[in-house]
Each structure stands twice: as C-alpha cells, then as structure tokens.
Design a protein around this ligand. Structure first.
Ligand SMILES: [Zn+2]
Length: 164
C-alpha cells in the first residue's frame, strides 16, 4: 500500500480498522484487502479494495462500511473502487489476521509463497486443540471460502479458511 500524506495514513488506519463483514474478528487491514487510500481533494477520497473469493459477497458490505467510517471522519465524497489486479490471495492475510482466525475457531490458510515447494503439504491444525490429525468433511462450509473439517483427536468440527 502506498500512502503519501499524514491524512491518507490516518484514513488508511480508519478504513483498515473496519471489521470484515463475514469474519468480524478480523479487520480489512488484517485480511489484506485494503489496497490504497488516495485523497483527491478537500473532503474527497478514493479507497481501493480488492475482493477476496468470488464466492464471498463481502465486498459490497466492506465498501459501504468503509464509506460510512470515512464520511464520519469528514470525508464528504468517498469513492470505493474495486481493484482486481494483483489478485488477492490468502497470503495477503497478515500474521495478526491468522492469529485472530485461529482464536475465532477457524484454521487459517496455510502460507503458499514461503520458500520452497513444500508449504502446501503442511498439515491443517485444529484451532481447538492444536492437533494436526484432521479430516475433510465438506469442501464448502458456511461460505464458499471455507471448508468444513473435523479434528480426529478432539472430534470437534471446525472451519478451514481455504488457501487461494
Ligand atoms: Zn482438535
């Protein structure tokens, strides 16, 4: 994200602190969907958001939440635009975001861009007991971006935020 002025930094903080409509434990900043905030003139700002999964309808709710927050901060003219490139991947979720997902009972996506070709073989860890002995129940859970798994050790089902 490129921010140039103190006002843009402040507005980025405000927009970034907006909770994800579907996963209120995680902010837009932590989700990695806030791409840029540009002040175009007095009271005029353009916010760039990138959508997550096409199956997740969250982007419109995110846009109106960001608009509201910036309106409240004196920005009369807030334009939220969707940026498709570079595409969002689950690697854009911050460390803090991953920690919060796990705290929320959702196994975070495994990192994909780590060095070496092996990361995807990493086991998915049960967010309840930490066991890596888990099995897939359904490729789709409450939303298309999550899969439903069950822990073999503690028998608890949990959502896994799928890698993208
Ligand atoms: Zn478990």
């Amino acid at each position: 994200m490129v921010t140039t002025t103190p006002l843009e930094e402040e507005l980025s903080r405000l927009a970034g602190a907006v909770p994800d409509p579907e996963l209120p434990a995680v902010t837009l900043e932590e989700l990695g969907v806030l791409r840029g905030v540009h002040v175009l003139g007095p009271g005029r700002v353009r916010v760039e958001l990138t959508p997550t999964y096409t199956g997740c309808p969250g982007i419109e709710a995110m846009a109106s939440d960001v608009e509201r927050v910036l309106h409240e901060h004196g920005m009369a003219d807030v334009a939220v635009v969707t940026v498709l490139s570079p595409a969002w991947t689950t690697d854009d979720i911050t460390e803090e975001g991953r920690r919060k997902l796990a705290e929320f009972g959702i196994a975070p996506p495994r990192p994909q861009k780590a060095d070496g070709p092996v990361p995807l073989t990493l086991a998915i860890r049960c967010p309840h007991c930490g066991s890596t002995d888990t099995e897939l129940l359904s490729r789709f859970s409450s939303t298309a971006c999550k899969a439903l798994r069950r822990c073999v050790t503690c028998r608890e089902p949990f959502d896994h935020f799928k890698e993208l």
